[in-house]
Design a protein around this ligand. Structure first.
Ligand code: GDP
Ligand code: IMO
Ligand code: MG
Length: 440
């Protein structure tokens, strides 16, 4: 069975949760490899809606194993809350959730330092999810982070905490004029949850490699999206991890030659939460219409998402950076009421036409989208499961955005539910690797 990576091809919230859920049946293990509880992955199953932040969406399938890899940063309290949320729906993670002993912890000072950092940036703030994600990754790279495995050795944990607090308390005093955190209280609160977590902590890289060697198939669930990747995204308006396909390897300990296919997820339009450039943004009534109809409010923070037209420059870039085999287009139904729909095919920058995504956000800020105007279909597509049943203009729209993005469309989503999905591209590479059938 193949090992497949699913990644966001825009600025996150593309509908990865739904697509991972749809594919989970065909895999043995589902792996999160980067990010933390900044992610909000929504899965709708019948009348129930689940929002997963840290635990892979595959957990909703009772027989599947789920892994939180070394590349993830973990807030143990957020994790416990999620485990409890699942338990309240009758879903047990016991015996089928593994957390890497190498995953870094999010500590209380991470959130406080992030708050101070955002304040200091003023107009230039990133608009983070305020979960302490960035500062936790900073400490990881600064080689002073504390890891899940350290929780299992209370003395070592206290020692690392002490060393960190020496420096963090000084920073907190200087930048946010607050009293330092107490070592005793912090240690006590973290160590108190260890009995509830220790059964899950293990060497997940070893587990994943043994599973793969035994012929089990792995599905890697990306969080955030290509344009939020710390290296390839709209830096500095990005998250602090590698949300692109390469992150699946470093964030799990599974080598690149084990990956058989990479699938991108993109909305039929574009959204972004937080600050940073967004060339096709619609700061008008059309943007509001998309926000209302698409329920574009953050699954983690509830913030209204910025909405805009489909940007083929972005998705083309995502195809290249992730070497996508194909893409899934989600939320086609959200465009049903629009008489005209624009698609950005290139950017105009001064006297030049850019077809490739620029590195510099000040260039991107100054780019004007070059649009192709397509006619809307003005009829309901919600819940349609057959490509042939789509209005002709919707099929035309899909075929144009596929062409402009330079990638094949393998699935189209027409609603949040599993069943509201069209399976396309019968002859695609993905289809050969992993035959897809419509969910009844
Ligand atoms: P993720 O972070 O990529 O998993 O995406 P989110 O869960 O944050 O946001 C996607 C939202 O769109 C969720 O509320 C989904 O239930 C919803 N959704 C997914 N696919 C579709 C679709 O095809 N149509 C509509 N109307 N909603 C969808
Ligand atoms: P999913 O997995 C959309 C954005 C934040 C902010 C930037 C940095 O649901 O697609 P961070 O807290 O990560 O340091 O914030 O990244 N961001 C997301 N936007 N979807 C997400 O996750 C996001 N996770 C972070 O809004 O602009
Ligand atoms: Mg989301």
């Amino acid at each position: 069975m193949p090992n497949v990576v699913i990644v966001g091809s825009q600025w996150g919230d593309e509908g990865k949760g739904k697509i991972v859920d749809l594919f989970t049946d065909r895999f043995d293990v589902v792996v999160r490899y980067q990010g933390g509880h900044n992610a909000g992955h929504t899965v709708q199953i019948g009348d129930e809606t689940y929002v997963l932040h840290l635990i892979p969406s595959g957990i909703l399938h009772p027989e599947k194993i789920c892994v939180i890899g070394n590349g993830v940063v973990v807030d143990p309290f957020a994790l416990l809350e999620e485990i409890e949320m699942l338990a309240s729906h009758g879903i047990s993670v016991h015996g089928r959730l593994y957390i890497s002993n190498r995953a870094h912890l999010i500590m209380p000072y991470h959130r406080l330092l992030e708050e101070a950092d955002e304040k200091a940036r003023a107009e230039q703030k990133i608009g983070t999810t305020s979960r302490g994600i960035g500062p936790s990754y900073e400490d990881k790279m600064g080689r002073r982070g504390i890891r899940m495995g350290d929780l299992l050795d209370p003395e070592l944990f206290r020692e690392k905490l002490r060393a960190n607090l020496l420096n963090k308390n000084e920073l907190l005093g200087r930048y946010s004029h607050r009293e330092g955190l107490s070592e005793e209280e912090t240690a006590r609160s973290y160590l108190a949850v260890v009995p509830r977590l220790k059964g899950y902590i293990t060497d997940t890289a070893e587990f994943l490699n043994e599973s793969a060697a035994a012929g089990k198939s792995l599905l890697f669930e990306g969080a955030q999206g290509t344009l939020l990747d710390v290296d390839h995204g709209t830096y500095p308006f990005v998250t602090a991890s590698n949300a692109t396909a390469g992150g699946a390897c470093t964030g799990s300990g599974v080598g690149p030659t084990r990956i058989d296919s990479v699938l991108g997820v993109a909305k039929a339009y574009t959204t972004r939460v937080g600050g940073g450039p967004f060339p096709t943004e619609l700061a008008n009534s059309i943007g509001e219409h998309i926000r209302e109809r698409g329920k574009e409010f953050g699954a983690s923070t509830g913030r209204p998402r910025r909405c805009g037209w489909f940007d083929a420059v972005v998705v083309r870039y995502a195809r290249v950076i992730n070497n996508l085999d194909s893409i899934v287009i989600t939320k086609l139904d959200v465009l049903d009421d629009l008489p005209e729909i624009k698609v950005c095919v290139a950017y105009r920058y001064r006297s030049q036409v850019l077809k490739y995504f620029p590195m510099d956000v000040s260039v991107l800020d100054a780019c004007e989208p070059v649009y192709e105007m397509l006619p809307g279909w003005l009829s309901g597509t919600a819940g349609i499961k057959e490509y042939a049943s789509l209005p002709e203009r919707a099929r035309h729209y899909l075929s144009r955005i596929g062409e402009m993005s330079g990638t094949e469309i393998s699935l189209v989503s027409t609603g949040p539910d599993r069943r509201q999905t069209i399976v396309m591209a019968e002859k695609s590479r993905l289809q050969r690797l992993l035959p897809l059938v419509p969910v009844s």
